[in-house]
Ligand binder design. Structure first.
Ligand SMILES: C[S@@+](CC[C@H](N)C(=O)[O-])C[C@H]1O[C@@H](n2cnc3c(N)ncnc32)[C@H](O)[C@@H]1O
Length: 395
């Protein structure tokens, strides 16, 4: 290997040695801080591991606790006037936000700890960083009754406005469009096409396209009892098949929500033509929708609201949001990152990558469902490729 050696942190006669091999994308940091070496090493590994998926720290490749050597990828040169990215302050702001989100009290801010490669800033040197612990009792000075932490999100709330101004969302009516919906009157029924194909009349609805037939068959043993006498939300409803089906199955109130104006127009035309009572379809972003319903259909929507057409910023927040709008029963579809609509088409989950928690994976999805609902049933695969699955969750 062709290492360049650099002495770093030369204080009180202690040094950390940095060895860089750019070609092999390797940096070795050997911590030599006398009696503190072990704890500096352990803290550094702790934070590089916790922050591994955030993209703001070097990727840990290996480490040796005996020699206190940490091997990472190479993240560029020290920040200077010559390599300063145009959006330096925006990047620093986002880095700070991610640190706070992870309860990291970074206490060594200086240009020497900021690296720049391809205009991207990476933060290094976590050896002295403690973890933030919220202590509402102020070291037992205050007798606190708090069971929740109302200001646990204090920093996040303060920064939310700023954060949102950095978020780039996909406009479903301008930037990209799904297949356009059509409606044709055939005798006493309407033939509907679009994301969902079905026929609908005043007395019944008949599924035509495989995507809705498959979902229906997976829910066949529970769907009627989850609808009869219940309030229903069909979020990201497209042609609103599940909303209209709920109307026929005896729901007391049905709302469909979507952002695609052609779909909204067509659904509302149907509601008027078929004189459906207590059924509406509204132009609302799912992330802003706050009204709970007894049963919620959340099919093929999680990848949109994680960070694409709406920004919840983490899969954990997506599941928490779905829970907050569900009184009793949630039907939700897992959309895997390998699903062709994500991997070969829109790359939904890569929007705002610097601002999102990198937790969009099935293991975390199932864990978040388990954390937020009292019972979870896996109903089966909803797409032949095996990249979509339906879950029924009870509060
Ligand atoms: C893939 S389709 C799914 C339709 C239906 N839920 C199903 O699975 O059969 C996603 C729908 O969600 C809508 N959508 C995407 N992002 C949304 C958002 N943030 N708020 C409301 N609707 C959204 C799209 O316009 C589209 O109609």
């Amino acid at each position: 290997m062709s290492f360049i050696d650099i002495e770093k942190g030369n204080q009180n006669n202690y040094t950390s040695k940095i060895r860089i091999d750019k070609k092999k994308d390797i940096v070795e940091k050997i911590i030599d801080y006398g009696e503190y070496s072990d704890e500096l090493f352990k803290r550094e590994i702790y934070w590089l591991t916790i922050l591994h998926d955030t993209d703001i720290v070097p990727k840990l490749k290996s480490c040796n606790p005996i020699t206190h050597t940490i091997t990472m990828n190479w993240c560029g040169d020290i920040l200077s006037e010559d390599n300063k990215p145009d959006n330096l302050y925006e990047q620093l702001f986002n880095i700070n936000l991610i640190l706070l989100k992870n309860n990291c009290f970074y206490n060594d801010w200086k240009a020497g700890n900021l690296l720049v490669k391809d205009n991207k800033i990476t933060l290094i040197d976590f050896g002295w960083c403690p973890r933030i612990i919220e202590d509402y009792s102020c070291d037992k000075e205050v007798k606190t009754q708090l069971t929740e932490k109302p200001s646990g999100n204090y920093f996040k709330d303060i920064f939310k406005g700023q954060l949102m101004s950095n978020v780039k969302l996909l406009d479903l009516n301008k930037d990209w469009q799904q297949v356009r919906p059509t409606l044709n009157k055939v005798g006493d029924y309407f033939s509907i096409t679009g994301y969902q194909d079905y026929n609908i009349s005043k007395i019944k609805i008949v599924p035509i396209s495989d995507n809705i037939k498959t979902k229906l068959s997976l829910m066949k043993s529970t769907i009627q009892s989850d609808i009869l006498g219940k309030t229903i939300s069909d979020i990201g409803c497209s042609n609103m098949f599940f909303g209209f089906l709920s109307y026929f199955y005896g729901a007391t109130n049905v709302i469909g929500i979507d952002l695609d104006t052609d779909y909204l127009k067509q659904n509302n035309h149907l509601i008027n033509q078929l004189l459906m009572k207590n059924v509406s379809c509204e132009n609302i972003n799912v992330v802003d929708y706050k009204t709970p319903a007894d049963t919620v259909f959340a099919f093929a929507i999680i990848h949109w609201i994680y960070s694409c057409s709406g920004f919840l910023g983490s899969l954990e927040n997506v599941v928490k949001h779905l829970k907050s709008i569900t009184n009793k029963c949630l039907y939700v579809e897992w959309i895997d990152p390998s699903d062709d609509c994500i991997s070969a088409m829109l790359h939904h989950i890569d929007f705002n990558k610097d601002l999102t928690k990198q937790d969009y994976n099935k293991e975390d999805f199932v864990k978040y469902l388990q954390d937020n609902f009292s019972s979870i049933s896996y109903l089966g695969v909803s797409k032949q490729s095996g990249t979509r699955e339906i879950y029924r969750c009870l509060t």
